[in-house]
Design a protein around this ligand. Structure first.
Ligand code: CAA
Length: 380
């Protein structure tokens, strides 16, 4: 067992940290207030190849594995969790759907390279208003039409939906078969009948763009079918396993970002004639928070390494997702408390981080769903 990062991994970590501090931090509060996504900055980071980190070079990626991707999401999320989820959905949910699919290599390259190179943005359409935790309850239907398919339905909570050039849409080709009749298609922006619906007004991750996606008689060519009927549900589940590692990294980053703000504040803020960090009860709280963060970090790095080693990562991903996001909620809540009245105000970032942390316990499978996944393996 080796706990050291390689030089290449350290380099990716350093590069994304500097990008986050230089390019994302200065306007993060304004973007949160205006629900505005930093599209130029997103494209800029993409040009450095960051969104293709885990994917093979033959498909336009960097081929360096999932751990470097986790390090990058973590660094970005320390500063801007909205950017973190946009990155994570782009790479692990859109990119993962393509990579995990049984599509021919030329189709994988066609749909992955524009995302891995950062020229285009990807999104993932699984959730529907009546199919959240019960992902099998799909109503979106694809009907055979000549050499292609016609898709009708409505997807919701699509992160990157309004920005996406490419969206993977999971739908039923035979509703009578349920999940056994689920397929997946890539639908491109501008395809007639494919439109952005309601854009969500959210508690946190306010600068991330999340919307309904409406499909009205959307014709897609057969080559856009990346999962054949019967393969779609398993593709979605496998892809979400990778997505959950990304959300875990996001949660870890949020927790670390809030911890660092609290640490500096406790050293500077004078009360009762000395800095707050001299109050032992606050030091003890910080010690507990730091230990929680280190535990969370070990779990998410382990999940990424397990995936990189080609082993089953469903359970490590679920554990990492649950642990890291619970730590994010706990640490951000404590950080607000430690900063007192200042923590509740906008200027110190921790109130935003606390709002951002909440959704990490919910999306890509609520933490109760993670418990279901983990407990399902315990009594075999
Ligand atoms: N990998 C591969 N296959 C899997 C799998 C996995 N991780 N999990 C299940 N499967 C397979 C099973 O083996 C089974 O195959 P067979 O039919 O051949 O036996 C099949 O899928 C059905 O499995 P289940 O019976 O376990 O399925 P289920 O209907 O009971 O659902 C669930 C299981 C874990 C609850 C699942 O529905 C789930 O994960 N729900 C949460 C959905 C979710 O995470 N949604 C988030 C969407 S994205 C988002 O949040 C928005 C965003 O943009 C960020």
């Amino acid at each position: 067992m080796n706990f050291e990062l390689t030089d290449e991994q350290l380099q990716i970590q350093k590069m994304t940290r500097e990008f986050a501090e230089k390019k994302l931090l200065p306007q993060v509060r304004e973007r949160d207030e205006a629900s505005k996504f930093p599209i130029e900055e997103f494209k800029e980071l993409g040009k450095a190849g960051i969104y293709g980190l885990p994917y093979p070079e033959q498909f336009g990626g960097q081929g360096v594995g999932y751990l470097p991707y986790v390090l990058a999401v973590e660094e970005i999320s320390k500063v801007d969790a909205s950017f973190g989820i946009a990155f994570s959905v782009d790479t692990s949910l859109y990119g993962g759907s393509i990579m995990n699919s049984s599509a021919p290599d030329e189709i994988k390259k066609k749909f992955l390279e524009p995302i891995a190179s950062g020229r285009c943005i990807g999104s993932f359409g699984l959730t529907e208003h009546s199919a959240g935790s019960d992902a099998a309850g799909q109503k979106t239907v694809a009907t055979k039409d000549g050499d292609g398919y016609i898709i009708n339905g409505l997807k919701c909570f699509n992160t990157n939906g309004p920005l996406a050039d490419y969206t993977v849409v999971y739908c039923l080709t035979d509703p009578a078969l349920g999940t056994k009749g689920m397929a997946a298609f890539v639908v491109q922006k501008g395809t007639p009948g494919f439109t952005v619906g309601q854009i969500e007004d959210k508690m946190g991750i306010r600068s991330a763009q999340v919307s309904d996606m409406v499909l009205e008689n959307v014709h897609v060519p057969a080559e856009n079918m990346i999962a054949k009927p019967g393969e779609g549900f398993k593709l979605a589940m496998k892809t979400l396993d990778g997505g959950r590692i990304g959300v875990a990294a996001q949660g870890l980053g949020i927790a670390e970002g809030a911890f660092e703000i609290a640490r500096k504040y406790l050293m500077e803020r004078q009360q009762f004639g000395r800095p707050l960090c001299k109050q032992q009860y606050l030091g003890f709280k910080m010690a507990e928070m730091k230990t929680d963060i280190e535990m969370a970090k070990l779990l998410v790095y382990k999940a990424a390494i397990t995936k990189d080693e080609g082993k089953s990562y469903t359970v490590p991903a679920a554990m990492a997702k649950m642990a890291c996001t619970n730590v994010a909620m706990k640490v951000t809540t404590e950080a607000v408390q430690m900063l007192g009245g200042n923590g509740y105000m906008k200027g110190y970032h921790v109130e935003r981080m606390m709002r951002d942390a909440k959704i990490t316990q919910i999306y890509e499978g609520t933490n109760e769903i993670q418990q279901l996944v983990i407990s399902g393996t315990l009594f075999r």
